[in-house]
Design a binder for this molecule. Structure first.
Ligand code: ATP
Length: 291
C-alpha cells in the first residue's frame, strides 16, 4: 500500500486562547507503526483526537483514510489515554457491547485474546489491574478490525513486563492484519522496538517526521574542538548544539556523509534523536547553501 492514511496541512487546534496544535503538516504512509513522541502538553492527544474525529480543527486541513474524520468510524480504532473501560461491566459485557456497536466486529479474535490473556470473562473491568484494563481496551479496538489504530499512551501506566506483553500483542496483531498504527508515548525505548515511522511534537509544533531508518541514517553526532555551528557548511541542519569552553557536541542532520577531520562523527539512536529535537536548542537551525 502506498497511500497515506493521515494527511494534515497546517492543522491547528486552539482551546480558547491556548494553542494545543499549531500549523501541523504531516503525511503518514499506510502500513506503518508510527511513534508520536513529545513532552507533556506537546499536543499529542490533541492530534490523535483530531484524527479520530473527536475534536474539530480550528484551522487547516485533515484527511484520514481518504476522508474527513468522523467520530465513531468503524475503520478507526482509538484507545484513549486512560484506557477507558466501563468499571461496572464485565469483560464479557464489554465484548457484547463491542459486537453490538461495530458492524465489522470479529468475535473470534476478541475471545481468543481474552482467553490468551487469561482474563476471566465474568470479572468486572473495575476489578482488573491497570495492565489487564489496557489489554482489554486494546482487544476491543483490535476486534473492530480497524484500518487505522490510534493508541494514546497505552503503556504509560504499565509495569515493564505488562508493557512488553502489551507491545507483543500489538505487534502480533499488526503482523497479522497489516493495520496502520499511530501510538503516542513518552517511552522512546518502547517505541524503538515497534515503530518504523516517527513524529516528534514539542510545544504544539511538529519538530521532525519521517521513516525511522532514514532519520537514523541522516542524523549524526559531531564531537570536536569548539566551533560556531554556522561554520559547518551548507546542507547541514544543526538540531542540537552543546558547547563547553573548548569542545562542541552537535547533533546534525545531513543526507550527505560528513567526513570532516575536525570532528569525530558517530551515529545516534532514536532516543538521542528525539531528545535532540525536544531540547531547547532544537529550533532546527538550517545552514542553507549560500548563493
Ligand atoms: N480541553 C482542553 N481545554 C483547554 N486546554 C486544553 C484542553 N486539552 C488540552 N489542552 C491544552 O492543550 C495542550 C496540548 O495538550 P495535549 O493533551 O494534546 O498534550 P499531550 O502531548 O497529549 O500531553 P501529555 O503527554 O501530558 O498527555 C496543553 O497545553 C493542554 O493544557
Amino acid at each position: 500500500m502506498s497511500e497515506n492514511v493521515v494527511v494534515t496541512h497546517a492543522l491547528t487546534k486552539r482551546y480558547g486562547r491556548r494553542t494545543a496544535l499549531s500549523d501541523c503538516t504531516v503525511q503518514v504512509p499506510a502500513g506503518r507503526v508510527v511513534g508520536l513522541v513529545g513532552p507533556n502538553g506537546a499536543g499529542k492527544s490533541t492530534l490523535l483526537q483530531l484524527v479520530c474525529g473527536l475534536l474539530e480543527p480550528t484551522a487547516g486541513r485533515l484527511e484520514v483514510l481518504g476522508e474527513r474524520p468522523r467520530s465513531g468510524s468503524a475503520r478507526v480504532g482509538f484507545v484513549a489515554q486512560d484506557t477507558p473501560v466501563y468499571a461496572g461491566l464485565t469483560v464479557e459485557e464489554h465484548l457484547a457491547f463491542g459486537a453490538r456497536l461495530n458492524p465489522s466486529w470479529d468475535d473470534a479474535v476478541a475471545r481468543r485474546r481474552i482467553d490468551d490473556l487469561g482474563l476471566d470473562p465474568t470479572q468486572r473491568a473495575g476489578r482488573l489491574s491497570g495492565g489487564q484494563r489496557a489489554q482489554l481496551a486494546l482487544t476491543l479496538a483490535i476486534a473492530k478490525r480497524p484500518d487505522l489504530l490510534l493508541l494514546d499512551e497505552p503503556v504509560a501506566a504499565l509495569d515493564p513486563l505488562a508493557r512488553r506483553e502489551f507491545l507483543q500483542a500489538l505487534m502480533e496483531f499488526i503482523a497479522d492484519e497489516g493495520t496502520s498504527v499511530v501510538m503516542s508515548s513518552h517511552l522512546v525505548t518502547d517505541l524503538e522496538r515497534v515503530c518504523d515511522f516517527l513524529i516528534v511534537l514539542s510545544r504544539s509544533k511538529v519538530k521532525v517526521t519521517g521513516e525511522v531508518e532514514e532519520l537514523l541514517a541522516t542524523h549524526h553526532r559531531l564531537t570536536g574542538a569548539r566551533i560556531d555551528p554556522a561554520a559547518l557548511g551548507p546542507g547541514r541542519q544543526v538540531v542540537q548544539a552543546r558547547h563547553t569552553d573548548v569542545q562542541s557536541s552537535l547533533v546534525v542532520r545531513s543526507s550527505a556523509p560528513i567526513d570532516d577531520p575536525a570532528f569525530r562523527v558517530d551515529g545516534i539512536d532514536l532516543e538521542d534523536l528525539v531528545l535532540a529535537y525536544m531540547s531547547e536548542a532544537g529550533a532546527g537551525r538550517v545552514l542553507e547553501r549560500q548563493p
